[in-house]
Design a binder for this molecule. Structure first.
Ligand code: ARG
Length: 468
């Protein structure tokens, strides 16, 4: 067999030193094109910048650059029109595009890979891709936060029971409760903005692992691709995927928050709580029980959090103990990363659509807050005001609650005589503190549940969103 004959049967990009073709199953097993073709736009973007830089430093001629640019732009159109023939024997998105370029423009296509390796190419592509995904996710977080602010403002005076241990604790305003989610999402936003900085550093120019012998100018590609910085070590640049792990960690926290939010929506929409109605368009029915209206969207988001936590664990495990520099293990970074980004984006989108449409049942919430001795702490604080030490007040109110449980009466429903059995310090003025409004209005400090504070928090929230 002549050298020419056997390279025809082996991979055109690296078959030179091989004496037999790769086993058909192994070719499929090692290929990534089925999933990494998704990177095509960023791959082409990276190649265009690389070719421009090579031309500026005199490695490529102007007419060669022109041919490469026209070829790549035609290939992008082919891909977007669904006319591109993705070939598994060409392994991955990078070699598929390069081979097609050579088919289209001839020998110049083979020059594109000068001074570059698929190792720095793929490390660059994923960063460019993830940077765009983060931007889309940040926009969805902001949209969801806008919805929360709107609803919180509308419900600043609505009173519901606040819970600890899922037992009625103290009255809170529904607006205040909603703004707790706003705060969590603000931190999720911050984390992703921060992760974007470390994602936005350019490994291109690292080549396979050690850099390249060509007189490359990495500041040109950095500028063209809009990276914030250039990776300072070629071995690190091609191999580490910490930015992807960091993204999955931030995405996991965001999904964890959404799962808590989901859980409450599911409970509140149940007949037992009945605090809210979720519009029909966010629910589905049961094929057997005609009465059912299931809160599928929050249930699914709650369940999908598991996929994203899985991606985080998967990527950590993938990276753990890898020796420098690039290893094929890293090809496995893509599916979990893609899935985590898709899942988070879709979940946020579903919530951003659904939250402004939540219909609270204000009377039911109020009724629930009136039950369960939610103003017991207020009574204790009232007695502290009469000069009794807090621990003693706690005991007095505890006994009053015990009496209420026996009699089936809430504190506000007891007569003054009944209340005075537990302390003669209790006077007529006690009823003001036992009302729900009295209770929430009394918590009037930054971060408290008073309606006035909810309104202030809403305007602080609007200011924050305006800075983004
Ligand atoms: N498909 C590969 C990946 O996703 C591209 C880099 C391959 N590099 C190599 N030397 N085989 O990681």
């Amino acid at each position: 067999m002549s050298a020419n004959q056997h390279t025809e049967k082996t991979n055109q990009s690296w078959g030179g030193r091989f004496s037999e073709p790769v086993d058909a199953f192994v070719a499929r097993f090692t290929a990534s094109v089925e999933f990494d073709q998704r990177l095509y736009r960023h791959d082409i973007m990276g190649s265009l910048a690389h070719a421009k830089m090579l031309t500026k430093v005199g490695v490529l001629a102007e007419d060669e650059l022109k041919a490469i640019e026209e070829g790549l732009s035609a290939i992008q159109q082919e891909i977007e029109a669904g006319e591109f023939d993705w070939r598994v024997d060409l392994e991955d998105v990078h070699m598929n595009i390069e081979a097609r370029l050579t088919e289209r423009i001839g020998i110049t296509g083979k020059k594109l890979h000068t001074g570059r390796s698929r190792n720095d190419q793929v490390a660059t592509d994923i960063r460019l891709w993830l940077r765009d995904e983060i931007d889309l996710i940040l926009a969805e977080i902001t949209r969801l936060q806008q919805g929360l602010l709107e609803l919180a403002e509308r419900e600043a005076d609505t009173i519901m029971p606040g819970f600890t241990h899922l037992q009625t604790a103290q009255p809170v305003t529904f607006g205040h409760h909603l703004l707790a989610w706003f705060e969590m999402l603000s931190r999720d936003h911050e984390r992703l903005v921060d992760c974007r900085k470390r994602t936005n550093r350019m490994p291109l120019g690292s080549a396979a692992l050690a850099g390249t012998t060509y007189p490359i100018d990495r500041s040109i590609t950095c500028e063209l691709l809009g990276f914030e910085a250039i990776s300072g070590n070629s071995l690190d640049g091609v191999s580490d995927r910490d930015f992807a792990i960091e993204f999955c960690a931030a995405a996991s926290l965001a999904m964890m928050h959404l799962s808590r939010f989901s859980e409450e929506l599911v409970m509140w929409a149940s007949a037992q709580f009945n605090f809210i109605n979720l519009p029909d368009r966010f629910c589905t029915g049961s094929s057997i029980m005609p009465q059912k209206k299931n809160p599928d969207v929050p249930e699914l988001v709650r369940g999908k959090s598991g996929r994203v936590f899985g991606a985080l664990m998967g990527l950590l495990t993938l990276m753990k103990s890898q020796p420098l520099a690039y290893n094929k293990d890293n090809q496995e970074d893509k599916e979990p990363l893609f899935d985590a980004a898709d899942t988070l984006r879709d979940s946020l989108r579903a919530f951003a659509d659904m939250v402004p449409a939540i219909e609270p049942r204000r009377e039911v919430m109020r009724e629930a807050a009136l039950r369960g001795f939610s103003t017991a702490t207020d009574l204790a604080d009232y007695l502290v005001g009469k000069g009794i030490p807090f621990r003693t007040c706690h005991d007095i109110v505890g006994r009053a609650v015990g009496y209420g449980v026996e009699q089936g009466k809430d504190l506000a429903e007891m007569s003054l005589d009944e209340l005075r059995q537990f302390s003669d310090q209790i006077g007529d003025d006690v009823y003001q503190v036992l009302t729900l409004e009295g209770s929430v209005n009394a918590r009037n400090h930054l971060g408290g549940t008073a309606p006035a504070q909810v309104r202030q928090a809403v305007s602080r929230g609007r200011e924050l969103l305006a800075t983004r």
